[in-house]
Design a protein around this ligand. Structure first.
Ligand code: PLP
Length: 263
């Protein structure tokens, strides 16, 4: 008798001890999408709702062992990348994905936390562009991350429209440019592009300071890709999911950030 194993989603990202972002948000999002979640910890942060107090990057061979262990046993339907901390970590993740034949890949180019803490070394940008963007099925930058990737400012909606094609030219198959940081009137606009064209996903702007929204969005996209949705529909459904989770967010710590509710 053959057993039909359900597919799993792997997150390679950082841990947030405060449970709002990173691996913790990813696994909650996978569970809420009814897919089995696997995790390889690329970095550990000591963190609460007021900021990051310390970062530990485990040895590269231990990160590799986690990724190998996941690929050696599970049927992985999608991979999500989050906080990777340094150029060396990026190189070893790119090598591991190449060795295992990467399934659909969501790259969240995590660089700086909303609190201001650096989550990616400044000299790692080039490695991110060179090694990971060409592998990405979907790249999910926010405006400040897109500005760093492109090397110029994105001050308004017209610049964001133009940036979408510039980001696609860096190698990903699709780009979801998150509009939350743009000084636009009216609803929040997330801009999407792939070889088939452009789409815009709009949501009412919520007066909330959400923590972990980027991680949750990228994980929801990966879960949706694992479940067989096209990249465009995976992004549309994920944007909807994050909006709902943010509407029901709670404020469990003493800081002024809301932690998403995944139920
Ligand atoms: N901590 C970790 C481990 C993360 O991966 C991220 C974002 O990706 C953050 C913190 C920052 O989250 P936010 O900017 O939503 O506060």
């Amino acid at each position: 008798m053959t057993v039909d194993h359900p597919r799993s989603v792997l997150t390679i990202a950082g841990s947030d001890s405060g449970g709002g972002a990173g691996i913790q948000a990813d696994l909650k999002t996978f569970a809420a999408h009814a897919v089995h979640g696997l995790s390889a910890l690329a970095a550990l942060t000591a963190q609460h709702t007021r900021g990051v107090t310390a970062v530990h990057v485990p040895p590269l061979d231990f990160l590799g062992a986690q990724i190998d262990a996941c690929f050696d046993d599970f049927d992985i339907g999608a991979v999500k990348l989050g906080m990777l901390a340094s150029a060396e970590v990026i190189d070893s993740v790119a090598d591991a994905l190449a060795a295992h034949g990467a399934p659909p890949l969501v790259v969240d180019p995590v660089m700086v936390a909303t609190s201001g803490a650096r989550l990616l070394a400044e000299d790692a940008l080039d490695a991110l562009r060179r090694r990971l963007l060409p592998l990405a099925t979907v790249l999910t930058p926010n405006i400040p991350e897109a500005e760093l990737l492109l090397g110029h400012a994105i001050p308004d909606a017209d610049a964001a429209d133009a940036a979408l094609d510039e980001l696609l030219a860096l190698g990903p198959k699709a780009v979801l440019l998150k509009g939350g940081h743009l000084p636009e009137d009216g609803p929040m606009r997330d801009r999407y592009v792939d070889a088939r064209g452009r789409r815009v996903f709009t949501h009412p702007r919520l007066e909330r300071n959400g923590h972990g929204t980027g991680c949750t969005l990228a994980s929801a996209i990966a879960a949706n890709l694992c479940r067989g949705l096209s990249p465009g529909n995976a992004c549309m459904a994920a944007a909807e999911y994050v909006h709902g989770a943010l509407r029901h967010a709670t404020r469990p710590g003493r800081g002024a950030v809301d932690v998403l509710d995944h139920f």
